[in-house]
Ligand binder design. Structure first.
Ligand SMILES: [Zn+2]
Length: 191
């Protein structure tokens, strides 16, 4: 069960998903609000934080979370605070499930998605959003062709019976999220 701690927050922040279970993990700490209080309402300890990519709206709260809980910090190369540097194909336990790390650049060079074939859950971060929208590529390090390649990879790797897609911004998708990935793959080729 993933709880978005940024839900209802009026701030420049990404979503911040707390997943509890064998390993209590926060997928992105978000930014510009008191996420530590929201964590304390729900958990005594936090085992790990996975940083999907080092953009300010995703990592602004990282230091506060690190100070409060001393979790293991995981991120791809480029996440300077990382205790464990992730590589493509690594396995990370989030909650009760194992997730595969998918290096998926395009929005940002060090961007990762997390995919669990057993749970049928994808954390797509800023690669694909609800309704087939996709991450912007006009920021430093962004590249549209690379983004298209990364979305194509999701289309290949992710099972078409995906149950839930948790995105970096906006709502999670629990009704046929695979269709949103396919739609993003088509639309990202234009404009
Ligand atoms: Zn971003």
């Amino acid at each position: 069960m993933a709880t978005n701690l940024s839900a209802g927050v009026q701030a420049f922040t990404s979503n911040a998903f707390l997943v509890t279970g064998d390993r209590d993990v926060l997928v992105d700490p978000g930014a510009n609000y008191d996420v530590v209080s929201k964590l304390r309402e729900r958990v005594d300890d936090l085992d790990a934080v996975v940083v999907t990519h080092p953009h300010p709206d995703h990592v602004g709260n990282l230091d506060a979370v690190a100070d409060a809980f001393d979790p293991e910090i995981l991120g791809f190369e480029g996440v300077e605070e990382a205790d464990r540097e992730l590589a493509d194909g690594d396995t990370v336990t989030v909650g009760d499930d194992d997730y595969e790390v998918l290096h998926t650049p395009g929005h940002e060079p060090h961007h990762v998605c997390l995919y669990s074939p057993s749970a049928d859950v994808l954390f797509s971060a800023d690669l694909v959003f609800a309704n087939g929208s996709f991450g912007r590529t006009d920021l430093e390090g962004g590249d549209r062709e690379t983004l298209v390649d990364s979305i194509d990879r999701l289309v290949d790797v992710v099972d078409d019976d995906l149950a839930a897609m948790h995105t970096g911004h906006g709502p999670s998708v629990t009704s046929d999220p695979y269709a949103d990935i396919e739609l993003a793959a088509r639309t990202a080729r234009f404009r």
